[in-house]
Design a protein around this ligand. Structure first.
Ligand code: TV7
Ligand code: CA
Ligand code: ZN
Length: 393
């Protein structure tokens, strides 16, 4: 088994369904479910399946999805076919170029949601301590609105499940985009604390919400006021700055709020070299966030989900690395020889067949100018500590 063993003292479960991977959003759409095939090939190539319970999860039912979504919206999602783009409901539910109608869309949505719900269920029934679903994490979907490549909000459904057993759930989101759909869904409860790290540039970067003072409706009658925290960032943040900021702010939130379950959305578009993202993070820096949260979870349940990530080979590298962190294995830099899509990782541009290439050192680098001063980062930290004073422990 390549020296990969089950971790001692806790159980990790991996939830997937190969049928999610074959769907296409069409044309030049950046979201490529195929990145999940690449991820799984690396995970299996390194033998990480020997360290986890592997579950092939089934599709969510419409009744499951209706715990959050509007039934009229679900009916449309289930029934529409290409050619219905002129319909009134297409407009009403905000489909469009970001959220096109594609063949198999309903199957795709119910499968990624099914895997998150299944993962949450394993945590709730104490059959797992860390549950992973790389196909989930679609944080922009609203009750009756498709948004930003997301149709069904699997995260909201999973958190609803965790809330049946856990008094307080914390949601952490390291995707480069703001986790607006999850924030909004739990806007009015103090039982979920949401914390998103993202690039923020009102009107120039999607979705344009998640400013530092955007902490939930500050209404004295609303128990959820102050229970959404945001860390708005600029272009080009570097590894050490991000890790330091994540440790201080996320650490303070976990200590203060003391949740019994944590959901960590690991969108890989916060990596350097991402097609849509604007940060300069390396794979190990992204993984350091996962490792940090895992270290806080000795007596807590942890749900790990995917999200964005638009340079598929690096998404696969990152999520494979993070799977290894979950089981406490360390992987060699040389990629396994016999993986089906090895070529996707092999050329110099693709990272020379290594798991941990320096993303900023690849030919045609996409290095973003770092717009963060130490003063700016210090102010964010201070602001988060200040906001924690409104939150009950
Ligand atoms: C979680 N950025 C999702 C992130 C969702 C980002 C956007 C695109 C994009 C869409 C395409 C496309 C694209 C190269 C990039 C204001 C608009 C501008 C559509 C063309 N190429 C996640 C959503 C974001 C679709 N949307 O957090 C088809 O980029 O900025 C916008 C909105 C209007 C719609 N147009 C883009 O990572 C999973 N979209 C190519 C083809
Ligand atoms: Ca985020
Ligand atoms: Zn994103």
């Amino acid at each position: 088994s390549n020296g990969i063993e089950r971790p001692k003292g806790y159980t990790v479960s991996f939830h997937y369904n190969p049928r999610v991977e074959d769907h296409h959003f069409g044309g030049k759409h950046p979201m490529k479910p195929w990145r999940l095939t690449l991820t799984k090939q690396l995970v299996l190539g390194y033998g990480l399946q020997f360290a986890m319970d592997m579950w092939q999860s089934s599709a969510s039912t419409k009744v499951d999805l209706a715990r959050f979504h509007d039934v009229g919206y679900l009916d449309f999602l289930q029934r529409v076919t290409r050619g219905d783009e002129k319909s009134e409901l297409f407009q009403k539910f905000q489909f469009g170029d970001d959220c096109p109608i594609f063949e198999g869309m309903w199957e795709y949505c119910t499968l990624y949601a099914g895997a998150s719900v299944h993962a949450a269920e394993k945590l709730v029934t104490d059959q797992s301590d860390i549950a992973i679903n790389w196909s989930g994490g679609l944080h922009h979907a609203k009750k009756m609105q498709a948004s930003g490549f997301c149709y069904i909000n699997d995260i909201v459904l999973a958190i609803q499940d965790l809330l049946t057993q856990h008094p307080r759930v914390m949601y952490i989101d390291i995707d480069v985009h703001h986790g607006d759909g999850v924030e909004q869904a739990f806007w009015s409860t103090d039982r979920v604390l949401t914390l998103s790290y993202h690039k923020f540039d009102y009107q120039n970067f999607f979705p344009g919400t998640g400013a530092l003072d955007d902490t939930g409706p500050a209404d004295i009658a609303n128990p959820g006021a102050h229970y959404s925290l945001n860390v708005p960032l600029r272009d080009g943040i570097e590894d050490m700055q991000y890790i330091k900021l994540f440790h201080s702010t996320c650490g303070a939130c976990i200590n203060h709020y003391d949740p019994t379950a944590i959901v960590l959305q690991c969108g890989a578009d916060s990596l350097g070299g991402d097609r849509l993202g604007k940060f300069n993070l390396n794979i190990r820096a992204h993984g350091a966030c996962v490792e940090f949260v895992k270290r806080q979870c000795h007596n807590r349940k942890l749900l790990i989900i995917g999200g964005g990530g638009y340079t598929p080979r690096n998404v696969a590298r990152t999520w494979c690395h993070e799977t290894s962190l979950c089981v406490g294995a360390s992987l060699r830099d040389e990629l396994p020889n016999h993986i089906p899509y090895r070529r996707a990782f092999e050329t110099p541009v693709n990272g020379d067949g290594r798991l941990y290439p320096r993303l900023d050192n690849l030919p045609s680098p996409k290095h973003h100018v770092n717009e963060h001063t130490e003063e700016y980062l210090r102010q964010i930290e201070e602001n988060i500590y200040e906001q924690l004073r409104y939150i009950k422990g």
